[in-house]
Design a binder for this molecule. Sequence first.
Ligand SMILES: [Mn+2]
Length: 393
Amino acid sequence: MQQDERSAPGLDDSPPPQLEDEATFVALGDVHLDTPFAWAPEAVSRMRRNDLRDVLSAAVAVAAEVQADALLLAGDIYEHERVTPDTARFIARVLNGCETQVLVSPGNHDWLAASSVWATAAFEDHVHIFDGRELEPFDVGPTTVWGAAHHQPSGTGNFLDGFHIDRHGFNLALFHGSEKAGFSIEEPEHSGSSKQPHAPFEARQIPNAGLDHAVVGHFHRRREAIHHTYPGNPAPLAFGEPGDGGAVVLHIDAVGGIDRQWRDLSQRSMHDIEIDVSGCLDASAIRDVVAARTGHLEGLIRLNLTGEVEQSIELVDSDLLSAVGASVDHAVVRRSKLRQALDLTTLRGEASVRGQFVRAVLEDPTIDDETRYAVLATGLRALDGRRDLDVAS
Ligand SMILES: [Mn+2]
């Protein structure tokens, strides 16, 4: 992607913009307020939704601290289908309390509808919502910020197609979209359901349009490219998300050079840790490993158990979770990569229901090997009257 931009012809021909003053922006996107966190118990999901609110408040505090010229919100600040009236009032209160200009370009989750928070909340004059379908200018000192809105939850096209400007000063775009080279490596939505790119664009279109830089929301992984910046999502919405996003402080110097400093806004971390339990001889040995690996951690933890254990080891989630460090707010166990050592040669020779079960599963031509193992591992535990039946989950 960066090579593409560098190798594109003619991009560096234009002289750098001359500014009378320097400018500072704080950019944030993809907070996803009111995410349900359906994988967590109710108390934990509420805690996490409060964490997301704290992130927005923290970004407003950063804007004041660095005396930003504006706070830039790059979309998906909340989720239209889920946002509550309380969250709408929260958003209005926090943004109205921001000491700086606030500029908002709605994304595919907080798309602009007549019923949107962006359209209905009582925002003060210093909160400006870009409501056009095409990029429109807003002057911030010597800088022009160009923003636009998604007007539907999907199918928004490329904001940069056919777009060109010829203005002095620093021209900064603010929108929500998918940089095409990044789309293939990015999980665009935490739900994982849609692979349709939202407002797709190519990185080279930014300088080609006459823009000096673009702040873009949508990808949850932060990215510092030559001509664009994704702030990323400031707090992970699910285990496995990178969690490397935050607020980015963009400082533009008098010759249009750009410096980016990242601020971590999340007060609670999410850890996705892998624990190889191969060689553990009993369940207590595994609990000891879990305790050693989690004793220093806080926040939310997913324990991904890997390796191979004897079938006789009884692994119950509540036993494992009771070994997790005391500072951890919530932990879950995932065993999909954990294998039981099964002595199938002996088992299939047994003249018993168990032997018959093993023979039937081994000879079933309709299932693949992974399913075959899962059925055997779980079925054998069930036949033993065991409670830890979710080994194949
Ligand atoms: Mn999005």
